[in-house]
Design a protein around this ligand. Structure first.
Ligand SMILES: Nc1ncnc2c1ncn2[C@@H]1O[C@H](COP(=O)(O)OP(=O)(O)O)[C@@H](O)[C@H]1O
Ligand SMILES: [Mg+2]
Length: 363
């Protein structure tokens, strides 16, 4: 079996599919190539709609699953062609799918995807549906990336936190001599993206330039931080069911200047992360950011101020560019599945026991 795996990730930001080709023959994944395929606006808005209960969404879910699999196949082909690698040389694609509903408390989580079509289009075995087995074993089904962070980013002496800032933010706590933990922190980019789209007509506020023109509103920030989720102990995970445009608008008076709201949302993203670390991972020495939010210059700058004297850098310093960490995690999870490795989930997701995650769709 070759050590080449493709990981494909599309997260709650609904921005598109990221694919990486990695060589897993040694402990630190070797990066071969990466590619991103943005989702077009109609797919984005259909997916956003499917994230909330509505009238019969089965047709939309079916059609989006097909379109997603096509985007995942395009991303996979792009990555293979950049690398000059044939499909036959790849052991498997690990494909997360697109979360449109996450209700572990009711026993289910839904990632749209058509893994059979992805196998058909690429001629590569596909491993998909990683979260369901964890939920079946009583876990939150999320976050799963801490397992990968533990395998590649752990230090022997320093207390590290790896913070992934996607649509939702999640933290992995790697403290030597203590068991692995990880949890969702709160909204990462998704409220920032929503507010930028609504007032600026842009998919996101590049480098926080618009947020920088505003002034964070302390009273609004403390109102936003009253949300119970922030105080709930891990294991915990969340999504668009909780943090969404309606959640935000219920907490606004309506008289705030839009740029000030954007500045406040950026502070909320940071406060949700730092508060969670202070509460649930005291003693953390250094933070490594990954995910799209790590590209936001203002977010990095403010995070460094709020986290001081603890050091803040990005996963780049640990050898993996921020944008590709999650996709690499799903390549690694695919390999774990093919090798039938039982993953130590209980301390992260609350599952009752270790499990093999994923469902295999042969090419
Ligand atoms: N230069 C940048 N400035 C600000 N935000 C950025 C920048 N680059 C990426 N982002 C943010 O990152 C998001 C995508 O992050 P990603 O890790 O793909 O999230 P997800 O896993 O939820 O899809 C974008 O929607 C945007 O909010
Ligand atoms: Mg994304």
């Amino acid at each position: 079996m070759s050590a080449l795996y493709v990981g494909v990730m599309s997260g709650t930001s609904l921005d598109g599919a990221d694919a990486v080709l990695v060589d897993l023959s040694s402990k630190r994944p070797g990066f071969v190539a990466a590619a991103s395929i943005p989702f077009d606006a109609p797919l984005r808005s259909r997916l956003a709609e499917l994230c909330h209960p509505g009238r019969d969404g089965l047709d939309a879910a079916g059609e989006c699953s097909v379109q997603l699999a096509q985007a995942y196949a395009d991303a996979t082909r792009a990555v293979l062609s950049t690398a000059g690698i044939q499909a036959a040389a790849v052991s498997a694609i690990g494909c997360h799918g697109q979360t449109v509903r996450h209700r572990p408390e009711r026993g289910f989580t839904v990632q749209l995807n058509d893994p059979a079509l992805l196998a058909e289009l690429t001629g590569i075995d596909v491993v998909a549906d990683f979260r369901r087995r964890d939920v079946a074993a009583g876990g939150q089904g999320a976050p799963l990336v801490p397992l990968f962070h533990d395998a590649v980013f752990r230090d022997k002496s320093l207390n590290r936190a790896i913070v992934n800032i996607g649509g939702i933010s999640n933290a992995t706590v790697l403290h030597p001599g203590r068991p692995l933990t990880g949890f969702d922190c709160g909204p990462g980019n998704l409220l920032l993206d929503h507010w930028a789209a609504m007032h600026q007509g842009k998919p996101f506020d590049r480098d926080g330039a618009w947020a920088r023109s505003g002034r964070a509103l302390p009273e609004l920030l403390s109102r936003l931080l009253q949300e119970d989720f922030f105080r709930a102990p891990p294991p915990k995970s969340t999504g668009r069911e909780r943090f969404n445009p309606a959640w935000l608008s219920r907490r606004l008076s309506g008289s705030e200047a839009p740029a000030d709201v954007q500045a406040t949302l950026l502070e909320l993203t940071i406060a949700a992360i730092i508060d969670a670390i202070d509460r649930f991972a005291p003693g953390t020495d250094e933070f490594f950011l990954c995910g799209g939010g790590a590209h936001n210059a203002l977010l990095r700058e403010r995070m460094a101020v709020v986290a001081a004297p603890r050091r803040v850098s990005t996963s780049e310093a640990l050898g993996i560019a921020p944008q590709w960490v999650e996709a690499a995690a799903f390549a690694w999870l695919a390999e774990r599945c093919l090798k039938r490795v039982r993953l130590p989930l209980p301390s992260v997701t609350g599952a009752r026991h270790d499990c093999v995650l994923g469902a295999i769709y042969p090419r």
